[in-house]
Design a protein around this ligand. Structure first.
Ligand code: SF4
Length: 507
């Protein structure tokens, strides 16, 4: 199959078997028609639509490493640092277009991490997962699938490991091994775009010990597989999308697009042997998690920057509606927003440009810089949002309902008393304030702020990796060599000797 367009993507989801999706206490007969889900699907559909736009083809498509054909970049095994850079640029583009999470990057990041880990696993352990995963990768790009990367277990008591939990199902595990496959049970939390996906790629959530073999399971299954239940996540102000018509359009802030997270429950789901890519190899669980996480931390240097562009645009626009665009402190605040946003982009580009080839042949980000990127993403969007709220003014949260605007009795009053700068539309001013509310407190804030904090791992997860990857011993060599030596020759000799000691495997 060639690359799908947006309509073909929607049609392909409609062809799935009926899925068990619960939302607001009810099982949905037709999940794709629900306003929360339909608008989140619009965000994913953009990844198909823009791939057919000649203007964006360079970023949105790639030449397959497996077939040489043109494929959607979201199905691509990165072949060089330029591919990694283009990935981040593509994510910024999409973040600008929908102002929220477009959900497809998790599958791309899982694809590249799993490709690399299965290769390393086979090489060390003599397993035969890589060829099997290659077939999956081929099917993913040929069918132009959305793949939900299902990593985050619900975890129960965070002070205990998987095998120590009282309820063993709190980490997804194998409950039965058969000659033709395995049966898995458990739940994955915060599953981005899961209801909008064709396939699910299940992965372990953390490094594992040798007595945790049942948790070392990586496998693929159809999103509509029997035994999977989805319980849709509530998002702030999501009811603004209900009711339809102009009033809900205005009050939603961003009516056309949305993100999506669901709790995904696997109730004794059978996975056939040819879809299993790790089954008990505990020593490779940590590598898979770290590689996936680093790829996804790179991703945030693109998508959240695109969301930040929308936030900055909203700040500049509301300043105009309010009549303060020329005030020097407003201009300075917008400079600060841009400075923060481009700092994030610089991190996303840097970890990509510094990427390197893996033994499997695909390219990996600079993991230290990718973790620094995500650590910054846990902070800077909050400051950008704070400045945006500062510029917007309090009306952002005291604005009457769109129903009052549309009511002839109150509408005329609002039009008179909520007027802004001379010549500017009060109606547009009101809609811009709703967008700002959405981005900083509503459904958009789930993507722009909370996802920035916790998506791809909470801040502490990045600090653990930064600590592991920043070579302190090497830095100590530089400091000690300068402090303890008095001449150019002795400094240089000390540095060389110190580095040699660190980098010699037996040292
Ligand atoms: Fe993609 Fe960003 Fe959403 Fe992750 S949070 S799936 S990187 S848009």
């Amino acid at each position: 199959m060639a690359m799908m367009n947006a309509q073909q993507y929607r049609d392909s989801l409609a062809r799935r078997k009926p899925m068990k999706v619960y939302l607001d206490g009810k099982r949905l007969d037709n999940p794709l028609e629900h306003p929360y889900i339909r608008t989140s699907m619009n965000s994913v559909a953009l990844t198909y639509e823009l791939a057919h736009d000649p203007e964006h083809a360079e970023l949105m498509t790639a030449k397959s490493a497996l077939t040489g054909e043109t494929i959607n970049r979201f199905c691509h095994l990165h072949q060089n640092a330029d591919d990694l850079v283009k990935k981040v640029r593509m994510q910024r583009l999409l973040g600008q277009r929908c102002g929220t999470c477009f959900q497809r990057c998790v599958g791309l990041d899982a694809l590249n991490a799993m490709f690399a880990t299965t290769f390393d696993m086979d090489r060390k352990l003599g397993t035969r997962y890589h060829a099997r995963f290659r077939k999956f990768a081929l099917a993913m790009e040929k069918n132009d699938w959305i793949v939900d990367g299902a990593m985050t277990d619900v975890k129960g008591d965070r002070g205990k490991r998987a095998a120590e939990q009282q309820d063993k199902d709190l980490y997804l595990r194998v409950v039965e091994r058969r000659s033709d496959g395995v049966v898995i049970r458990g739940a994955k939390a915060h599953q981005t775009g899961s209801v909008n996906s064709h396939m699910v790629l299940v992965m372990p959530t953390a490094s594992l010990k040798t007595d945790e073999k049942d948790y070392a399971i990586a496998c693929a299954l159809a999103a509509d597989a029997q035994g999977i239940t989805y319980i849709y996540g509530r998002q702030s102000c999501d009811e603004r999308k209900l009711g339809g018509g102009e009033a809900s359009d205005i009050d939603a802030g961003s009516a056309a697009y949305g993100g999506q997270e669901a709790l995904m429950v696997f109730d004794d789901v059978f996975v056939p042997e040819d879809m299993i890519f790790m089954n008990g190899e505990t020593e490779f669980a940590g590598q898979l998690v770290d590689q996936f996480a680093s790829y996804h931390r790179q991703s945030y240097g693109g998508c959240k920057v695109g969301n930040g562009d929308v936030a900055i645009g909203a700040a500049a626009s509301i300043a105009e509606y309010n009549g303060v665009a020329k005030a020097s402190h407003i201009k300075d605040k917008i400079v600060e927003m841009n400075h923060l946003n481009e700092t994030l982009y610089a991190c996303g580009i840097a970890c990509s440009a510094n990427g390197a080839k893996l033994p499997a042949g695909n390219f990996f980000v600079d993991a230290l810089l990718a973790n620094v990127c995500k650590q910054n993403v846990t902070r800077l969007p909050y400051e950008i949002a704070r400045i945006l709220q500062d510029i917007a003014g309090g009306l952002m949260v005291t604005l009457p309902s769109a129903k009052d605007w549309l009511n002839p009795q109150t509408g005329a009053i609002l039009k008179k008393y909520l007027a802004g700068a001379d010549g500017m539309s009060t109606y547009e001013r009101m809609r811009m304030l709703r967008l700002i509310e959405n981005l900083t407190m509503g459904r958009g804030a789930v993507a722009y702020l909370t996802e920035s904090m916790h998506g791809a791992g909470s801040p502490q997860a990045q600090r653990v990796l930064i600590n592991r990857l920043a070579n302190l011993e090497e830095k100590k060599v530089y400091a000690k060599s300068l402090a303890l030596n008095g001449s150019l020759e002795t400094v240089e000799a000390a540095i060389r000797a110190g580095l040699e000691k660190i980098h010699t495997p037996d040292a």
